[in-house]
Design a protein around this ligand. Sequence first.
Ligand code: DX5
Ligand code: ZN
Length: 221
Amino acid sequence: MSKLLISPSILSADFARLGAEVAAITHAGADLIHIDVMDGHFVPNITIGPQVVKALRPHSDRPFDVHLMIAPADPYLQAFAEAGADIISIHPEAGPHLHRSLQTIRNLGKKAGVVLNPSTHESVLDHVMDMVDLILVMSINPGFGGQAFLPSQLGKIETLRKMIDRTGREILLEVDGGVNPETARDCYNAGADTLVAGTAVFKGGPEHYQANIAALKAAAG
Ligand code: DX5
Ligand code: ZN
């Protein structure tokens, strides 16, 4: 397995051809498929729901890495699980009971992730580390692709790397926002093992996806 997993964000895909796009990034070497779910309330943008996730499921055999930017998230966890999500990640700010939400995701038989906004402190994880399978560090403010990477998040990635290593558990440390071959190297050096990338993967169209993904993986080389 590669040292760096790449989870292309389909937010930058051609939405009119979403199934073909998911198949194309799968063949181009995507390790996971990152699906950004936005409600126009928790974040200022609206994207896709469980029905679209279900429709995309047959187009890839890679784990679906579903990033919920919706509040509340709890009423929709089951729908995303049934639609074919493999990892469901939630923001602690999306509801009053992070522990309960993580329990729900795990009881649905799915991997549970916690997403930290740029201003969110890693201590929010202190009492749920035994329940998380993935920690997602936002290196932009969530809502839109194409934003510039916030280097202020690199210290948080380093701290989380240590927190994860102390548990001895397998927890993915993923970074989302403004990831390109250059910032990918900074993330990898800080301890990330999984990178989300929208713009950097989809730029140039399908004939470039393989090279774009390889350029990100090379950050670990
Ligand atoms: C933004 C999303 C990201 C976004 C990343 O809220 O969570 O996954 O698609 O896009 P790029 O890679 O273009 O910054
Ligand atoms: Zn995302």
